[in-house]
Design a protein. Structure first.
Length: 346
């Protein structure tokens, strides 16, 4: 069972969403979770007890292609491996070069699955709709607390979003007074004080790059000194071997060589750990859904192989795989709503 440690009224949620509309998913999670059936364990990540175990269907054959998010690459691979053990006649090919590659692959028909670490942009939706006459279907498959990582030896434990902006951005649109270029400017002393901050990030094809740019940098430009990496694993590996490194990545890529900082949305706020509890409550300021987009014509049945793969992803076993990969599972209410949309015409 899950346990919510603080109760927030719907009025409070509405006020929060009015002020910060990009946190709509957090308000949704709260509304989904404020029930006696859904409780969140304080220190361990568990799948909502309302998410049903997977029931294997008739044997299936065929090939699915997944093109999109690097953040979801490991998770898509784990899902594919488990799915193909159940259906030995099925093959799932996974390519993770960035969320921006997913819409084009879905539009061209070269992929049936489009994993993305951000929601589709309106221009991407419009491109899909121009081709097919209807919008792509969005499936919420996991929850991520996007993390700001430093090397495990770094004594720093927390930052405000304004400080993170001043570290990574040229423009400091969150209002921090001045640029942050060395660790002493963040309060570190001794041998750290004069050491330059070494920046790691993703390339522009990444949904995580776009999400971080929008939500943390307020759409400001990244500094030219950011070392752009081709994948999330590369970001974390770089920080793990660079004592003075800092970067951002999905929480699922955390290793023993790095630590995730606690973050505060405001200078006068309190610092929040990137935990399941805090992602669900909306207290952690840069939590997000992770998605898989599919091509489903309204009122028509989804092809059996794609439908069965999504049904597995949103099962107890599929969501246990989410936990295994270091992300947070989606609540049963979200699973139920998305399955109804996807499988309702079967």
């Amino acid at each position: 069972m899950l346990k919510i440690t603080r109760q927030i009224s719907q009025t409070t949620i509405a006020n929060q969403l009015t002020k910060r509309p990009h946190f709509a998913l957090m308000g949704y999670l709260l509304l989904a979770l404020l029930s006696p059936v859904c409780v969140l364990a304080e220190d361990e990540v568990k799948v909502d007890s309302g998410v049903l175990a997977y029931q294997k269907g008739a044997d299936l054959k065929g090939t699915l292609s997944s093109v999109g998010s690097d953040t979801l690459n490991n998770l898509m691979t784990l899902w594919a491996e488990r799915f193909c053990k159940l259906y030995q006649g099925a093959t799932v090919q996974v390519e993770g070069k960035g969320s921006s590659t997913a819409p084009a692959a879905l539009i061209s028909g070269s992929a049936q699955l489009g994993p993305m670490s951000r929601a589709m942009k309106q221009s991407e939706i419009d491109g899909f709709e121009k081709k097919y006459g209807y919008k792509p279907t969005q499936v919420r498959v996991a929850v991520d607390a996007l993390a700001v990582f430093v090397n495990k030896d770094n004594p720093l434990t927390s930052l405000t979003l304004a400080q993170v902006d001043a570290v990574f951005s040229k423009f400091h649109r969150r209002g921090y007074a001045g640029d942050i270029a060395n660790w002493g400017q963040l309060g570190l002393s001794g041998e750290w004080a004069q050491r330059s901050v070494s920046l790691y990030g993703r390339n522009s094809a990444s949904g995580t790059y776009g999400f971080f740019k929008e939500e943390v940098l307020a759409n400001g430009d990244f500094k030219d000194t950011v070392k752009e990496q081709p994948g999330s694993a590369s970001v974390v590996q770089g920080i793990a071997v660079d004592r003075y490194g800092i970067g951002y990545s999905g929480i699922g890529y955390r290793t023993s060589g790095v630590k995730a900082l606690n973050l505060a949305a405001d200078a006068d706020g309190h610092f929040i750990e990137p935990s399941q509890k805090n992602a669900y409550s909306g207290d952690y300021p840069i939590a997000r859904f992770l998605y898989v987009y599919i091509n489903k014509k309204p009122g028509a049945q989804l092809d059996k192989l794609t439908a069965e793969f999504i049904r597995f992803v949103l099962s107890k076993e599929g969501q246990e795989t989410v936990v295994k990969d270091g992300y947070f599972p989606v609540p049963a209410k979200v699973v139920s709503e998305d399955l109804k949309v996807i499988l309702g015409s079967r």
